[in-house]
Design a protein around this ligand. Structure first.
Ligand code: FES
Ligand code: FES
Length: 170
């Protein structure tokens, strides 16, 4: 059985696996990363989403042999209880979960998209979240959370720019 070296949340991990084992199985079953969830196993719900080299990716259909040297980010590495990622902070503030099983997918998809561009309209948010499923019907509070996260990330970018400009003038 081949051995794979994975870079997960900044840490190198090794795992022995068949080449066609879905990355999700390695993360959850072999490496105890419980953030990504098994939902449909068919790339149709988003519960298993991780961020692969900056792009939200459904790990249930990604063979471990296709990962190579790509950087894997999971929910476990996104933020901490003391210092949550802005998307996590927004989901907490809006109480945007009921059972929480789907939350990994929404949070990771949103984080990947807003880190590239937080300047999004509500229509763009709907498009960016197309294909994610929540069986508890939490969609309205999820929308509010994503809006809140985008606004916070835009403000943070503006603050950084102001700081840089002030430093330049000093
Ligand atoms: S479990 Fe991967 S998309 Fe549903
Ligand atoms: S909060 Fe239960 S499936 Fe979404």
């Amino acid at each position: 059985m081949p051995r794979y070296m994975l870079l997960i949340d900044g840490v190198k991990r090794e795992v022995d696996a068949d080449a066609d084992m879905p990355l999700l199985y390695a993360l959850r079953g072999e490496l105890a990363h419980k953030g990504p969830k098994f939902g449909c196993g068919l790339a149709q719900c988003g519960a298993c989403t991780i961020i692969l080299d900056g792009t939200a990716t459904r790990s249930c259909v990604l063979p471990i042999s296709a990962v190579g040297a790509a950087k894997i980010r999971t929910l476990d590495g996104l933020g901490t209880a003391g210092k949550p990622h802005p998307v996590q902070a927004a989901f907490i503030a809006e109480e945007a979960a009921q059972c929480g099983y789907c939350t990994n997918g929404w949070v990771m998809t949103t984080a990947a998209a807003l880190e590239k561009n937080p300047h999004v309209t509500d229509d763009e948010i709907r498009t960016m979240l197309t294909g994610l499923k929540c069986r508890c019907g939490t969609h309205m509070s999820i929308m509010r959370a994503v809006r809140r996260a985008a606004d916070a990330m835009v403000r943070a970018t503006a603050d950084t720019t102001l700081f840089t400009d002030a430093t330049r003038e000093a």
